[in-house]
Every structure is written in C-alpha cells, then in structure tokens.
Design a protein around this ligand. Structure first.
Ligand code: HAM
Length: 428
C-alpha cells in the first residue's frame, strides 16, 4: 500500500461546517471595517527576507527562530538567488507596499485591512499553529495628515472593542502600554544594559545574547528561572519623554471618554522591534496559555527603516484561529446547508432533477441532488442525514402534471406544489 501523506506539522485543514464560522466572521469584519473607512489590501505571502529582518527585527524570536526562509535558485546554475521568506506577519508587507506604490501621494490617511495566512515555525499547540490566519488593519500616512495623532490610536482601539462586541465575544481584556519613541529607546536600552550587567550571567543563553545585541528583547524570555530577574529590570514607562507621556495620556483620556475599558501593563513591550509609543494586546480567558487574541501598536519609524518617507502608523492583527476558538460554542448550532434534497425517481429522472435544481438555485434555494438509482426510502434517509429541510420528489408523474411532492423533513408533512411555487414555499 502507498504511504499515507499527511498535512505538515503545525499546518491544518479547516473543514466545513467550521469554515462557515470563518466566513461569517470575515464578512462581519469587512462590514465593520467599511464603517471606519478601511479598504482591503492583499500583499504577497512571499517577501524578501530582509524586509522582516529590518522591520520585525533580527533579534526577535519571530525572525531569529521562527522564520520559514530559504535561498531561492539563481537564474543560472552557478548563481545564488535571493533570500526569501514566508511572511510571519503582514505589517511589514503593507508598509513595503505603501512605499513601493507611493501611497502617500493619495490624500489623507490610508486605512488598510487584510485577512490572510501567516507563517511561523513555532512549537504547535492549542491556539498556536505554523500556518495561522490574521485579520489585521493599518492606518498610515504623512505626519501632515495627522497620522501621529492619539485620536487615531483611540479610534483603532474603539473599533476593535466594537468588533469584539459585534461578534458577541465577551470577557476580553485590553492591556495597553507606551513603549516610547526612538530617543526614549536609546536611554532605556542604556539603563537595561547597566541593570543586566551584573545579573545576565545567571540568565539563559538567549538572554545573554539579547543583552549584547538588543536588550529590550530580554522581555520576550519565557524561561521560568529568568522571570524574577526580569521583574526587577527598569520599566519603559519611566523613560518616556514629555511628548510621549502626553501622547499616551491623551490616548487613555479618549479611551475613557469612549468607554473602552483598558488596564495599564507597564511590562508589555510586544515581540516585534518596530513598535513605538502605544502598544496593546487583547487577551481572552477562554484561550488558555495562548491567550492573546490580538496585538498591535504604533510604528512611527518603520517606513523610514524600510527606505520610505516619514509615515507614522498604527495597526493590529487579530489571530483569527484564536478568535474562532472563542466562538466555537456558538458555532456548533450550525444552520442546515441545504434547503432541498431533490430525489429523482426512476430512469431518465436525473435530467429532470438537474433542470429543476438549476431553476431553484437561480432563485437562491440551496439544493443537494440525489440519484435516479436510489429507492425513495434511501433518498429520504440521505436527505435527513445531510440535514436538508425538504425533500422534493421528481418522478414521471410529477413532470407530466407539473405538481411536485414536497416533504418537510422536520414535521413529516407532505404537500403537492406546482413547479413555479416551490421556491416560494421553501423560502416561506
Ligand atoms: P503579533 O502579536 O505577532 O502581531 O500577532 C498578532 C496575533 O496573531 C496574536 O495576538 C495571535 O492572536 C496571533 N498569532 C500569532 N502567532 C500565532 C500562531 N503561531 N498561531 C496562531 N495565532 C498566532 C503582529 O503580527 C503585528 N503585525 C500586529 C500589528 C499590526 N501591529 C501593528 N500592526
């Protein structure tokens, strides 16, 4: 026997009826994003590896440990190709596209959203996959268009709260922090280096490396023994300059005014290097260890780091897999996929059934087609098994008379309906 081929570790199939939930979430999201003026952007799944090294950061776990990256074939046999990567996130791609297509030439702030797969080679577990989906949005534009305004931060967070409410997701917590601007970061890194000097030898090898290259990343450490040391390190919030402090205060004021509840978390630094000022995460208790349902923040220097003009921005990405997990209970009461099961009875009836199916589908009736070789009993059993609401019998007599037997599979009631009334009867 041939060897069974299975899906790759950390990759999974999304099957119906769960895909129905995915689709309905995505359409609710699209509807809401439209109200806030967001339009869809689709960027490639494969990008130049450097894009992520320069944005997310070489020292982050995402880039250092979790990238699916490879050197492409050169055009000639002897030639080495470009280093490519499957995108681990989509903000870098959006900002690259913003620069590449000179989108700053468009008036005002650009508001983009995306829904699509991302790839990280993490250890798979509940709520953590190597291919996962994000629903994300970014607001970006020149400073003259108001892209730095704390009002944008508050608007984005208010939209997220509205989205979770609309999806009936309760019990989330919004945690916010300010991670300051580039100058604050220089001073904070100095303070961190000084604080780490005497303790770093007691920490894990990753932290020893981070302390040298990018001390902020020490906060990403998950090693339990390192946590008491990390807790005693300086806090970013103590190193904010006056402008950053005022910016953060205004964000909090607006959130309070809009009744978006939040908690301050001065240890929240987020695992990507591009963040400046406002950083946030929404967590949900039902998710267990992987409790971050979404994360985001400002990235005011990212465009310049990628060779573009000043284009402050803020955005977020929802882990769609995790979002769906919180909805799972509600999802089990799925609606029937078919209005009508058509049961052709006897030779030649497949043709008639197909004609009728075509007619009814054009009137928005969902149809499952049977086969003329099935006995009536088998047809009715099949109709019930797939959860169809009605069975429609198509035999020679029905075709001649134009009257069809329509059986309600819920109540067992059977009525005779003229061909032209079937759709209306089923939809009633
Ligand atoms: P992130 O925090 O790396 O941010 O990812 C956002 C969300 O994606 C997480 O909160 C989580 O729900 C989900 N997620 C991440 N990794 C996995 C995984 N392996 N399996 C399942 N879900 C996962 C970003 O990606 C930023 N680009 C967000 C952003 C947009 N910041 C500004 N704009």
């Amino acid at each position: 026997m041939a060897r069974l081929i299975k899906s790759v570790r950390g990759m999974r199939d999304l099957l119906p009826p769960e895909t129905e939930t995915w689709n309905s979430v995505e359409s609710a999201v699209r509807d809401l994003f439209r109200l806030y003026g967001f339009q869809e952007i689709r960027t490639p799944v494969i990008e130049d590896l450097q894009l992520f090294q320069r944005s997310v950061g070489e020292e982050t776990d995402i880039v250092f440990k979790e990238m699916f990256a490879w050197q492409d074939r050169g055009r000639a046999e002897s030639e080495k190709g470009q280093w490519l990567a499957l995108r681990p996130e989509n903000t870098a791609g959006v900002v690259r596209a913003y620069i590449e297509h000179k989108l700053w030439e468009r008036p005002g702030l650009q508001r983009f959203y995306y829904i699509g797969p991302q790839f990280r080679r993490e250890r798979p577990q509940k709520g953590r996959y190597r291919q996962f989906y994000q629903i994300g949005a970014e607001v970006i534009g020149p400073p003259s268009a108001g892209s730095e305004s704390p009002a944008v931060d508050a608007e984005v967070l208010e939209m997220l709260a509205a989205l979770l409410d609309r999806l009936s997701i309760r019990g989330w917590t919004l945690q916010i922090n300010s991670v300051g601007c580039a100058d604050d970061r220089v001073r904070f890194n100095e303070a961190l280096r000084a604080a780490l000097k005497d303790v770093v030898h007691k920490m894990c090898v990753d932290c020893q490396r981070r302390a040298q290259t990018n001390p902020l990343r020490v906060f990403d450490c998950k090693v339990p023994e390192d946590q008491p040391i990390i807790e005693k390190l300086p806090k970013m919030t103590d190193y904010l300059d006056d402008k950053c402090k005022a910016h953060f205060a205004e964000v909090r004021k607006l959130l309070t005014a809009m009744e978006v509840h939040f908690v301050l978390n001065d240890r929240l630094v987020r695992g990507l290097d591009y963040y400046t000022r406002t950083a946030f995460e929404f967590t949900h208790g039902a998710l267990g260890a992987q409790n971050a349902i979404l994360g985001g923040g400002r990235y005011d220097g990212l465009s310049e780091a990628l060779g573009g003009p000043a284009a402050p921005g803020i955005g977020f990405a929802i882990g769609e897999d995790r979002l769906i997990m919180t909805l799972q209970e509600a999802a089990t009461s799925s609606v029937s996929a078919f209005d009508v099961y058509i049961a052709p009875l006897g030779p030649g009836m497949n043709v008639e059934a197909a004609r009728l199916a075509r007619e009814l589908r054009r009137r928005s009736v969902t149809i499952s087609l049977g086969d003329e070789t099935f006995r009536l009993k088998k047809s009715l059993e099949t109709a019930s098994k797939i959860g169809a609401r009605y069975a429609l019998i198509v035999g020679e007599n029905e075709i001649k008379s134009g009257q069809f037997a329509l059986k309600n599979l819920g109540t067992g009631e059977q009525v005779s309906v003229p061909r032209e009334n079937i759709a209306a009867k089923v939809k009633a």
